[in-house]
Design a protein around this ligand. Structure first.
Ligand code: PEP
Ligand code: MG
Length: 295
């Protein structure tokens, strides 16, 4: 089976009736880039930047981050690399953040909520990202978005960061593609407004399932109830896809569900433009796509 799949390297992700889709990879560490390339991914659809924070005893410096992002961008040699800003809190904890213990961490102080209130942490990461973007095809993606106001606040901080880099004479890329995760029901429900503010969407089905079905994704006991195939999830994905396309924006899926080949046909039907999956699933998914007829 491995041999058969490896024959698909270099082939297009195209259905029998000519529909193309991007198949990208999810990674959590720069050392994963090798497997991204050997499995012939079109790009990186989700680079979880948490590793930098979780591996460290203290906040990673701008230089540390810059070098890590630059290395990945350079190794990917012009292919798209979507780096997600810090998604710490809830299931991902680092001591030195000194976060309070919370009753409902999944509904708590995490991800973009930390970045928008402890802006020095956010700014350091954004500086590193805008600097690294000079060296490759980097896009930036923001997690746990629920509203247009959050995007406006992000944009303000981004503008400050660029202005500071400009003043300091430090090279950075002026226009970087930016997108958001659709991983809260609120984001899907206001995706018509959100689509006007960003360049792309990427659906985080792991959290979208958790928040839509009110089921803690960490709780083993609830596993029989954790059903990402629930119609509510697919409806929200379709809503976000329609709204993205109305504004001429693209939409991908970077949660686990993107790798579920029983849904690939449905995803292509609703117009999903990109599927980002673990590197080991790339060729499997390419095989599936090449067997499908959509229209
Ligand atoms: C998701 O929520 O589906 C996702 C891709 O992000 P994470 O699993 O890192 O929360
Ligand atoms: Mg998530």
């Amino acid at each position: 089976k491995k041999e058969l799949l490896s024959k698909l390297k270099g082939k297009e992700n195209i259905t029998l009736d000519g529909r193309k889709v991007n198949i990208f990879a999810n990674i959590g560490n720069p050392s994963d880039v090798g497997s991204v390339l050997t499995n012939d991914a079109g790009g990186i659809g989700l680079f979880r930047s948490e590793f930098l924070y979780l591996e460290n005893e203290d906040f990673p410096t701008e230089e540390q981050q810059f070098l890590a992002y630059k290395q990945v961008a350079e190794t990917m040699a012009g292919k798209k690399v979507i780096i997600r800003t810090l998604d710490i809190g809830a299931d991902k904890q680092a001591e030195y953040f000194h976060l309070d213990k919370e009753e409902n961490p999944a509904l708590g102080y995490r991800a973009i909520r930390i970045c928008l209130t402890r802006t020095e942490i956010f700014k350091t990461q954004l500086r590193a990202l805008y600097r690294a973007a000079v060296f490759g095809n980097i896009s930036i993606m923001f997690p746990m978005i629920t509203s247009v106001e959050e995007i406006k606040n992000i944009n303000k901080i981004v503008a400050e960061v660029k202005n500071e880099l400009e003043q300091e004479g430090i090279p950075y890329k002026k226009e970087v593609e930016t997108g958001i995760m659709i991983e809260t029901p609120a984001a899907a429900l206001v995706s018509d407004e959100l689509a006007k503010e960003v360049d792309f969407f990427s659906v985080g089905t792991n959290d979208l399932t958790q928040y839509t079905l009110a089921i803690d994704r960490q709780n083993q006991k609830l596993e029989p109830f954790y059903n990402p195939h629930h119609k509510a999830i697919l409806k929200l994905i379709k809503m976000a896809a329609d709204n993205a396309h109305k504004e001429g924006k693209w939409i991908g899926i970077c949660g686990e569900l993107g790798a579920d080949t029983s849904l690939t046909e449905e995803f292509l039907r609703i117009g999903i433009d990109e599927l980002s999956v673990s590197p080991s699933m790339i060729l499997e998914l390419r095989k599936k796509v090449r067997e499908l007829k959509i229209d």
